[in-house]
Design a protein around this ligand. Structure first.
Ligand SMILES: Cc1ncc(COP(=O)(O)O)c(C=O)c1O
Length: 405
């Protein structure tokens, strides 16, 4: 008789966003005439920019002609895209990345979940708390964690690194030594980030203890401050201890189009074995490539028009972030983030719990955000608002929050 992977049974309830969706749909059914403003899920709302759309159209036309038709893509992704990534995302920042160190994928969620395939289940992971839930849940599925401790709201055998207003949302180096460290800067959910000098401390630490850093830079395009690294490879020694995940979702609106990549430098080794070779093997065996038309569209992001157009979109979202941040701050709320990231992390008013505040805002203001506690126990008492909405709605949401609370 077959058996299931019982690690799945350790997972807690439904995924955060499913719970939110069901609460919102119950509210809409009960209040069909009320307008809801969604500043919850981190999905973009602006359409793909013209440079991307033009290239999508022309790539589709290529697929209709025998001479230019494309079947399976190369294992690591098309060279034209990997070269554009190496040149623009890395060389322009003084980082030398070989195109064989870049693995094109269908996004950072899959990569952050799948990367565990190349690591032993005995490894101990360290995550920030609050955290993007995918890092933890995929390690639970793989059997790299213990059971869920209901009292503490954490999985056993995982090192949680609190990130709160008290430590400026900068995780402290853990007392217990981890094997795999997940870092995400600019951060989802807190919208905060750390200066390059702080990131360098993590690189030094990983090198010292023999840990690997899985660095999620999905929000790199939102960095506005000069002392923040766009890539972990800007830190000295990082190529020997880190890999980096990137996404086209938030910088270029590919959430529904799907494109991302992972950079694994050849210096990153366990003994004599390069992680690059393991991921290449895994990629070649379990993944058959992002579609040609999507990779072609991804390359269009790096053209001068593409760059100009996506920068306009990012500026649009960051203006929303400013509206939320400054609006709530001037009304006396404690708000964080929103300067180098499209997320604003606010302290719930009157000591309310994150879910109580979620329900309160939904019922009284018709505004949907994300309860901070859904990202980990140290997210309790916080609430996440996203800047991905429409500007008029964002302004209205801020006014409604201020009026209601
Ligand atoms: C930190 C982080 N990493 C990865 C992703 C997923 O990116 P992608 O759309 O490329 O799968 C998200 C999406 O919200 C995210 O917040």
């Amino acid at each position: 008789m077959f058996r299931i992977n019982e690690n799945f049974l350790k997972l807690q309830g439904s995924y955060l966003f499913s719970t939110i969706a069901s609460k919102v749909s119950a509210y809409t059914e009960a209040n069909p005439d009320k307008k809801i403003i969604r500043l919850g899920i981190g999905d973009v709302t602006l359409p793909l920019c013209p440079a991307v759309i033009d290239r999508l159209h022309s790539a589709v036309d290529e697929m209709a002609v025998k001479e230019t038709f494309k079947g399976y893509s190369p294992d690591l992704g098309y060279e034209f895209l990997r070269k554009a990534i190496a040149d623009h995302d890395y060389k322009e920042r003084g980082v030398d990345i070989d195109i064989d160190e870049i693995f094109v994928s269908d996004g950072a969620k899959s990569d952050s979940g799948n990367i565990g395939d190349i690591f032993s289940v005995d490894n101990k992971i360290a995550v920030c708390d609050p955290v993007y839930p995918v890092y933890v849940d995929t390690n639970v599925m793989a059997g790299r964690t213990g059971e869920f401790d209901k009292d503490k709201g954490v999985f056993r055998d995982v090192i949680y690194m609190p990130c709160t207003a008290e430590n400026n949302f900068i995780p402290e180096l853990p007392k217990e030594t981890p094997d795999i460290i997940y870092l995400c800067f600019p951060n989802n959910p807190t919208g905060t980030t750390i200066p390059k000098a702080e990131l360098q401390k993590w690189v030094d630490y990983a090198l010292k203890v023999g840990a690997v850093i899985i660095y999620d830079a999905a929000y790199e395009a939102y960095i506005t401050e000069d002392d923040v690294a766009h890539s972990i490879f800007e830190c000295e020694g990082a190529k020997a201890c880190a890999m980096e995940l990137r996404s086209f979702s938030k910088n270029a609106g590919f959430t529904g189009t799907r494109l991302g990549f992972t950079v694994i430098p050849k210096e990153l080794k366990c003994g004599d074995v390069t992680l690059n070779s393991l991921w290449a093997r895994r990629h070649g065996t379990k993944f058959n490539g992002a579609p040609y038309i999507v990779q072609a569209a991804g390359a269009a992001v790096y053209t001068p028009e593409g760059q100009r157009q996506i920068k306009e979109q990012i500026a649009y979202y960051m203006n929303n972030a400013k509206i939320i941040r400054e609006g709530l701050k001037s009304a006396g709320y404690d708000t964080y983030g929103g300067v180098n990231a499209p997320y604003i992390w606010m302290k719930t008013p009157h000591g309310m719990s994150s879910w109580d505040f979620f329900d309160y805002l939904l019922q009284k203001a018709g505004v949907v955000g994300t309860p901070g506690s859904g990202f980990g126990p140290h997210g309790e008492g916080y609430f996440r608002l996203t800047a991905f909405g429409d500007t008029e709605n964002t302004k209205e949401a801020v006014e409604r929050i201020i009026r209601t609370c």
